[in-house]
Design a protein around this ligand. Structure first.
Ligand SMILES: Cc1cc2nc3c(=O)[nH]c(=O)nc-3n(C[C@H](O)[C@H](O)[C@H](O)COP(=O)(O)OP(=O)(O)OC[C@H]3O[C@@H](n4cnc5c(N)ncnc54)[C@H](O)[C@@H]3O)c2cc1C
Length: 594
């Protein structure tokens, strides 16, 4: 059940693939030098291994408990959270103006992977806080920012995100919670369900961000407003005042993430919960998107974070477990099942896909960093477009693959994987929520096609394809067999994805793209992951020339990229065929009355 953060792999991507040194030249990021970031990664590795990982199993077994409106987290949780905020882990990328450390999102994402590998239930509390801080920072008045942000940035008052209601899940236009103006504030009432860390004993206050409607609000998404609703009201001097009219009426019993309390929240059972409007009335959903984009990227990071833990567990088991004579074992003592070619296939699939997802997650974060800080406006625009385009891929593809890889992790354990004691089953149970919350995979696919591609007629995606083709050209100039093999698979994959994109953009009947949208998202995710691995292989090839090169490590990176290109990338071509040829028959299934 131990966890050792893959610091070397993460640092490799940061330093040699997504360009950390360049990021640290951008205004405001000067402190994020490769040396400082290396020290942060090492410290984070220690904290996650020593403090968070040992609590993962306890959290699963005990779960958070509800009694009379109070929620008690598992043994050790409170102390771990205290250490988490004292070490400043939650505030890495937040603005220094409110007490944050002002580091790039790319560095924060690298650290966050470790939280989710070590203890996904724990990592959810700061994940939600991060989204809430972003929404307040970008849209709230200065007064609200001054009152709430410093404590939220510090982690002393975590944030929550209250969107979902029984009738409003994927479709937030159906939100019914009410907000009635009352002087300088509003009175909020209604029920919110599935609220992560809606109530707990980790801190003395919780800051809820709540979507609700004013009495005169227009129907649909244009009538939703966003409010800050603190558990305890905050006095002018910053001290805590009265308890607000909000309570947790129950928590859910779930397949996984048992320690993360999933709360049913009731607002305004008495006089109405005091809420403060964020930004303008009726603009809430747009503001919430600030929070959701951030949170969606973070959930994608969860996807590969939990898969990394499952991989480490499976690898360790496969080295120890002996079963039959292996074909690849080199001696009598070297007969762990890891030496059966099929077990090796599974482990290579896990590892290469995790590296592909990590590369994409960090590339997306780096695009946002450049989009916000680059001195050239044209680069900023292009990079923001890139970050927004990649977000549904990071969220949708990495979480779907996270589940698949955790399931493969169970497979490596044989029967022991199905038995709770080994812990492999917990990763699969925990991972299963990630393609559901923060917008299901179908909602990510709708975002990719309906918003990110439709709004600029595929411009952002074309730019991505151009960048992929230049990586391809770089591969082709190298004579080495591994690079040629990667290029041989990357080229038809890019062409197939371009054909599928052209087909998609040409459709007039919206139901046809919708019938293949998830396939399209998964195809683009797989391809973008392969592109990241190809870049990683190119970087490794270059580094092999230096005198002090760690040749075995660099060679392994190249082999991993080749494995992915040969075994995973062909799925891009078959997906493109499905996209262009099966939409009609999928829609026609209507006539068979499902
Ligand atoms: C453990 C947990 C924690 C959560 N945490 C939070 C939280 O902190 N805050 C919060 O507000 N919410 C939270 N949620 C709610 C979560 O975001 C929703 O469950 C999710 O958005 C899906 O909504 P739903 O459950 O109503 O499913 P539905 O919307 O009913 O979807 C059911 C199925 O229909 C599909 N579907 C629906 N609409 C479309 C469409 N337009 N196109 C294609 N397919 C579609 C979906 O993909 C899905 O497969 C949490 C949920 C869970 C289980």
């Amino acid at each position: 059940m131990t966890y050792a953060a893959p610091v070397k792999d993460i640092a490799f991507v940061l330093n040699h693939v997504v360009g950390l040194a360049d990021l640290s030249k951008l205004e405001g990021f000067e402190d994020a030098t490769p040396d400082l970031v290396a020290a942060i990664l090492e410290e984070s590795a220690k904290f996650t291994a020593d403090v968070l990982a040992p609590l993962n199993r306890i959290g699963d077994q005990q779960g958070s408990q509800w009694k009379d409106g109070e929620v008690t987290t598992p043994d050790g949780w409170k102390d771990a959270y205290q250490q988490f905020i004292e070490n400043g882990w939650g505030s890495l990328a937040f603005p220094p103006e409110f007490g944050g450390q002002g580091l790039p999102m790319t560095v924060a994402a690298a650290v966050q992977e470790m939280w989710h590998s070590a203890n996904m239930s724990f990592g959810l509390c700061p994940l939600l806080t991060q989204g809430a801080v972003d929404a307040i920072e970008h849209h709230a008045s200065d007064e609200l920012k001054q009152r709430y942000l410093p404590k939220m940035v510090e982690g002393v008052w975590p944030g929550t995100m209250n969107l979902t209601e029984p009738q409003a899940g994927s479709d937030l236009a159906a939100v019914r919670s009410k907000a009635v103006p009352a002087g300088d504030h509003y009175l909020i009432s209604g029920q919110k369900i599935y609220i992560t860390y809606g109530e707990h004993d980790l801190t003395d206050n919780i800051i809820h961000l709540v979507l609700a409607r004013l009495p005169d609000a227009p129907e649909g998404v244009k009538g939703i407003s966003l409010f800050i609703v603190p558990k305890f009201l905050v006095n002018d001097d910053g001290s805590l005042g009265e308890r607000n009219d909000v309570k947790c009426v129950s928590i859910e019993h779930k397949l996984g993430i048992h320690a993360s309390p999933t709360c049913v929240m009731s607002y305004g059972d008495n006089d109405g919960a005091v809420g403060y409007l964020v930004g303008k009335e009726h603009h809430g959903l747009a503001y919430m998107f600030t929070m959701m984009n951030q949170a969606r990227h973070a959930v994608g990071v969860e996807g590969y974070g939990i898969a990394e833990r499952a991989y480490q567990h499976a690898l360790s088991y496969a080295r120890d477990r002996k079963q039959g004579k292996t074909l690849l074992g080199k001696s009598e003592d070297d007969q762990g099942i890891v030496n059966h070619p099929d077990v090796r296939r599974i482990l290579m699939t896990m590892r290469s896909t995790i590296e592909a997802m990590r590369g994409l997650g960090l590339e997306c974060a780096a695009a946002f960093d450049r989009g916000r800080r680059h001195p050239d406006e044209a680069v900023r625009e292009r990079m923001l477009r890139r970050g927004e385009l990649l977000t549904p891929l990071v969220k949708g593809w990495s979480t779907e693959m996270g589940v698949e890889l955790c399931s493969l992790g169970v497979q490596v354990h044989g029967g022991m994987g199905f038995i709770e004691e080994t812990g492999a089953a917990q990763y699969l149970r925990d991972a299963r929520i990630t393609p559901i919350y923060e917008g299901t995979t179908a909602i990510q696919a709708n975002d990719l096609i309906g918003r990110k591609m439709a709004r600029d007629d595929g411009k952002g995606l074309n730019e991505l394809m151009v960048d992929m083709r230049s990586t391809l050209e770089a591969l082709k100039t190298l004579q080495h067999a591994d690079f040629q093999a990667i290029a041989n698979r990357l080229e038809p994959s890019i062409t197939a994805a371009e054909t599928a994109t052209t087909w998609l953009l040409a459709q007039n009947d919206a139901s046809l793209p919708a019938a293949v949208s998830v396939e399209f998202l998964m195809m683009q995710g797989r391809l973008a992951g392969g592109w990241m691995l190809a870049r990683s292989a190119l970087a490794a090839g270059g580094l092999k020339q230096s005198a002090d090169a760690d040749l075995a490590y660099l060679e392994a990176r190249i082999i991993m990229a080749r494995y992915y290109a040969e075994r995973i990338l062909p799925l891009v071509e078959s997906a493109a065929t499905i996209i262009t040829e099966s939409a009609q028959s999928t829609v026609a299934l209507d006539s068979v009355h499902l």
